[in-house]
Ligand binder design. Structure first.
Ligand code: ADP
Ligand code: 5GP
Length: 189
């Protein structure tokens, strides 16, 4: 059977990366799609693992070649895109593929692939979102403000998703997502 394409979105700092790591660790059949981005690499990030870090010119070239399943400008600063070939190959092989992408990208994936499962990850509160974003310590103050400024607009998209899950307790959140995915797969049989 074809694998599931699972899109996870939510404001920066909600815990998407943390939740997806946990899902991947518990399911060898699942894979994360590695996006291309024009943003600078953060300390600890590895090219080809966290993202393919590419130039603006290369990004434009890939758009021309229709190499992206979707792409978007996120925070009005950098471009991010999902390489099409990986997603198509892996889901055809029966692997479940996760996409950690923004709300604009998610809406475009749904248009391109109606069978995609869209899950919106919500922080328990705006204050907690700010705490997590600061606690991560990977952005400058300006970048944090930009991300928090974008968060409310992003949360307005939640009702366009198939499911909304609150990431309060991490283990409970991961369990909830696992249940959603297995019910979704069972319904497709
Ligand atoms: P995102 O990928 O959505 O930007 P991250 O996965 O990087 O978010 O998480 C942001 C920060 O919040 C990290 O420091 C992470 O350890 C922390 N975090 C994630 N989930 C939880 C949770 N359920 N409770 C408390 N802290 C969390
Ligand atoms: P970060 O810079 O923190 O890694 O990611 C910032 C935002 O970009 C997150 O909201 C993430 O979901 C989004 N993002 C990452 N990759 C892609 C992608 O390929 N396409 C789209 N549309 N958004 C992405």
């Amino acid at each position: 059977m074809k694998g599931a394409l699972v899109v996870i979105s939510g404001p920066s700092g909600t815990g998407k990366g943390t939740v997806i790591s946990s899902l991947l660790n518990s399911d060898p059949n699942a894979m994360l799609s590695v996006s291309c981005t024009t943003r600078a690499m953060r300390p600890g990030e590895v090219d080809g693992v966290h993202y393919f870090f590419i130039t603006d010119e290369k990004f434009s070239e890939m758009i021309q070649q229709e190499a992206f399943l979707e792409y978007a400008d996120v925070f009005g600063m950098n471009r991010y895109g999902t390489p099409r070939a990986f997603v198509e190959e892996k889901t055809e092989e029966g692997r479940d593929v996760y996409l950690d992408i923004d709300v604009v990208g998610a809406m475009n994936v749904k248009k391109a692939m109606d069978e995609a499962l869209l899950i919106f990850l919500m922080p328990p509160s705006f204050e907690e979102l700010e705490r997590r974003l600061r606690g991560r310590g990977t952005e400058t103050e300006e970048q944090i403000q930009k991300r928090l400024g974008t968060a409310k607009g992003e949360m307005a998209y939640a009702d366009k998703y198939d499911y909304t899950v609150v990431n309060d307790d991490i283990d409970a959140c991961v369990e909830q997502i696992k249940t959603i995915i297995s019910q979704y797969k069972a319904s497709r049989r």
